[in-house]
Design a protein around this ligand. Structure first.
Ligand code: NAD
Ligand code: IMJ
Length: 256
């Protein structure tokens, strides 16, 4: 296995053992990457601390991505403990529950603002904090998670689709901005996976079934498969930036 000891990563978006971010964290840590993991609130902090016990002494830090102060504090701690950063994983999305049901037409101004702030602006804020620590050592790689709802309409995805479209555009603008410093920025568009972010979404089982029926590979994907593609984009795809890679068992390529 690739030896990445001496490298450092920040993974934002671990909530529990099903989180896509957790699968990516495990993949990186398995190759010797020293990690910082953040948690959104104290309730999730306990989960993250328990999971982290299986990793090699990671930094565990609070980070509500809507707080500039908390984002600044995270990079302060990483600067002190690591001195540099190689990888940033952004696996964060949130819209108020009420926005993920009913008509898109009824999207509230507040719901729109919150969804775009948490799910899109957070990538800009986190990339800005990471850049000096990546620049200092001549390279870096940023990865975020998106969904096909950015490009096609899915029932109830609503304002999150608009947020993911903004996120995918943000990947391109950040890639252009940070490219001259050899910092790459990419996205993975994952197929539907049962996680906290899909729990309680009405019709989610139906969506999994539709993917299983229609995807080229006639099956769903798991977080480990997303993590493998994430590992590739983060650690070895040295000429890939500004891209969105589908890890969806070939669902998006099908016409019917
Ligand atoms: P998850 O619930 O495990 O992860 C979402 C994370 O966002 C959680 O850790 C949560 O704490 C965090 N978060 C929400 N608001 C936050 C805030 N204000 N500050 C900091 N963190 C905050 O679910 P997941 O499915 O692993 O989601 C990770 C990413 O993958 C998301 O961007 C999601 O849109 C994307 N994605 C998920 C699927 C799927 O079907 N599960 C498919 C494609 C893309
Ligand atoms: C979420 C809602 C509706 C349809 C959905 C999803 N489909 C998929 C998801 C088809 C795959 C999961 N996904 C890709 C997301 O990005 C989820 C984001 C999300 C989930 C919640 C649930 C709890 C809550 N707010 C949320 N905000 C964003 O209160």
């Amino acid at each position: 296995m690739t030896d990445l000891s001496g490298r450092h990563g920040l993974v934002v978006g671990v909530a529990n053992k099903r989180s896509i971010a957790w699968a990516i964290a495990q993949r990186l840590a398995g190759c010797g990457v020293r990690l910082a993991l953040t948690y959104a609130d104290e309730r999730l902090g306990e989960n993250v601390r328990a999971l982290a016990a299986s990793l090699d002494a990671p930094l565990i830090l609070p980070c509500d991505v809507t707080s500039d102060d908390q984002v600044r504090a995270v990079y302060g701690e990483i600067g002190e403990a690591f001195g540099s950063l190689d990888y940033l994983v952004h696996a964060v999305a949130f819209a108020p529950r009420a926005e993920l049901t009913g008509r898109f037409l009824d999207t509230s101004r507040d719901g729109f603002r919150i969804a775009l702030d948490v799910s899109v602006y957070s990538l800009i804020a986190l990339a800005r904090g990471a850049a000096p620590l990546m620049r200092g050592q001549g390279a870096g790689s940023v990865l975020t998670l998106t969904y096909l709802g950015a490009r096609r309409v899915f029932p109830n995805y609503n304002v999150m689709g608009v947020a993911k479209a903004g996120l995918e555009a943000t990947v391109r603008y950040l890639a252009a901005d940070l490219g001259p410093e050899n910092i790459r920025v990419n996205a993975i568009s994952a197929g539907p996976i049962r996680t906290l972010a899909s729990a309680g979404i009405s019709g989610f089982s139906d969506i999994l079934q539709v993917y299983r029926d229609r995807a080229a590979l006639k099956r769903n994907v798991d977080a480990g498969e997303v993590a493998e593609a994430a590992f590739f984009l983060l650690t070895s795809a040295t000429a890939i930036t500004g891209e969105c890679l589908a890890v969806d068992a070939g669902y998006n390529i099908m016409g019917m």
